[in-house]
Design a binder for this molecule. Structure first.
Ligand code: NAD
Length: 467
């Protein structure tokens, strides 16, 4: 075979792969993808009016269709692969786990529990009723997982949804929304329960947030978009940034803590908002913790000059994050400063002080600072400061119930994981359902169908109680 032939073969393979990923994109407006935001909203509005006529068991059938289509092996694989290719962030195997998790463990209509008050004056029900059309803004870091979880939860509560994905995850968002709408159509659901525009942009997100037919905004992303969503005057759920600290004290199982921290920190190359972002360890066990972290795949930088060199490429002089390194592997990041390591190196660690930029910034890459504290109380104080009031996620490794309780109470995070990797907090190896919209700022916590529903009172006067 000459060079030209192999080159042509490579090109054809690449084009075929591209077509495979986007072959479902062409049917704009048949499967929920529209040219303008107004059209996407109008279509979702009509769909929601039709959806009101569907029964709860219809809703469940539609949700099952969504779960099934995502869980098809070829779809899970393609979504996970295309996300890594398009966003240039994260790890295929971890995207796969997250997509599967979202399809399997997001609650459906069973989440909508009716309250009842019965007495001499009759029976009053408090029902969880749809908002209408929800505008859901999704991040680059979990593009498909957020669309899966939010679609299931929002449809379970009787809403339709217009998504506004990050432009950098356009292709995979179109792919998944088209796929879900096809599955819904096959099941006989109203068309356009889930829509988006073919060209997501900041302008389109602004149209979405301010459109009169959008009754609720759900913003999953950084602090900027959460603030914007909360100032629209509409009901808003804000799922914002985190900077999760991990405290390790002298009572912890240090070998296990070290492995859990490396596993959690390196998951999807650290882009999950819940992933370990800084470690605060009690001085007496810090050396042993670092020794064990290195056994689990950490690369330690001891030379302050090299730490400084890395800091300069991670953050610019104004301490803005270098987006090109977000979600990249430890091996890739080290290569940028001419350090070659094997694939089994998963996290870069270095001891820093508590005010170091690595501690203060949500880096979203496997670069993990370790801060020494003289005792567990000081470690908790440092962790609270590092979390910066995000109220997002914190982790603690300890066997001292009193100190675990103290940290959980004081840090006030939505998720508090004890003696496990951070992802246990969203149902991977920990009990409980999953979501990829964790609403700290607005307080819904780990969102599910009931977060996307309005409470409405229905009163029957003078009868129907049997107490
Ligand atoms: P991002 O804030 O850059 O983007 C999020 C979404 O908001 C995107 O769709 C983007 O297009 C939109 N957006 C951003 N700025 C906008 C503007 N000025 N006008 C209109 N739209 C705008 O975040 P990202 O990099 O995609 O995701 C990472 C961030 O999201 C991290 O801070 C992470 O902690 C956070 N996050 C939080 C949760 C959670 O559940 N709390 C989940 C995932 C990600």
């Amino acid at each position: 075979m000459n060079i030209e032939t192999s080159l042509v073969e490579k090109l054809v393979k690449k084009v075929m792969e591209e077509m495979n990923s986007i072959d479902q994109v062409n049917n704009f407006d048949e499967y929920g993808i529209f040219n303008t935001m107004d059209e996407a909203i109008e279509a979702a509005y009509i769909a929601q009016r039709q959806y009101l006529k569907c029964s709860i068991s219809d809703r469940e059938r539609y949700i099952k269709a969504i779960r099934n289509v995502i869980l098809k092996e070829e779809n899970l694989e393609r979504l996970s692969r295309v996300t890594v290719e398009e966003t240039e962030m994260g790890v295929y195997e971890h995207k796969y786990i997250k997509n599967k998790l979202a399809a399997e463990k997001t609650p459906g209509t069973e989440d909508l529990v009716t309250e009842a008050m019965a007495g001499d004056d009759g029976l009053t029900l408090v029902e969880l009723s749809p908002f209408g059309v929800i505008g859901s803004i999704t991040p680059t870091t979990n593009p498909t997982e957020t669309i899966i979880s939010n679609s299931i939860g929002m449809l379970a509560a009787g809403n339709s949804v217009v998504f506004s994905p990050h432009p950098k995850s356009k292709k995979v968002s179109i792919d998944i929304i088209t796929m879900m709408n096809k599955a819904l159509k096959d099941e006989g659901a109203p068309a356009n329960l889930i829509t988006m525009v073919g060209e997501p942009s900041i302008e389109n997100t602004n149209i979405l947030m301010n459109h009169p037919k959008i009754s609720m905004i759900v913003a999953t992303g950084g602090p900027g978009i959460v603030k914007m969503a909360m100032s629209t005057g509409k009901k808003a759920i804000g799922a914002g940034a985190g900077n999760p600290p991990v405290v390790v004290d002298e009572t912890a199982n240090i070998e296990k803590a070290a492995k859990d921290i490396i596993d959690g920190c390196s998951f999807d190359n650290n882009i999950p908002c819940i992933a370990e972002k800084e470690v605060i360890a009690v001085d007496s066990i810090t050396d042993y913790l670092i020794f064990n972290m290195k056994k689990s795949g950490a690369y330690e930088i001891k030379d302050k000059e090299i730490v400084d060199k890395l800091t300069k490429i991670v953050l610019d002089e104004n301490e803005n994050l270098n987006k090109d390194l977000v979600g990249k592997s430890a091996k890739y990041i080290l290569k940028q400063i001419n350090i070659e390591v094997d694939e089994d190196i998963k996290v870069i660690i270095a001891e820093t002080d508590k005010d170091h930029p690595w501690v203060r910034h949500e880096l979203m890459m496997p670069v993990l600072p370790i801060v020494r504290a003289k005792d567990v109380d000081e470690a908790i104080d440092i962790a609270i400061e590092a979390e910066q009031g995000n109220r997002h996620t914190a982790i603690m490794h300890s066997n001292n119930v009193e100190k675990l309780t103290k940290m959980a109470k004081l840090i006030q995070t939505t998720i508090f994981v004890k003696n496990g990797p951070s992802y246990a907090g969203i149902g991977v190896g920990g009990e409980g359902y999953t979501t990829f919209t964790i609403a700290g700022p607005t307080g819904e916590g780990l969102t599910s169908a009931k977060s996307f529903a309005r409470k409405r009172r229905c009163v029957l006067v003078g009868g129907f109680h049997i107490k």
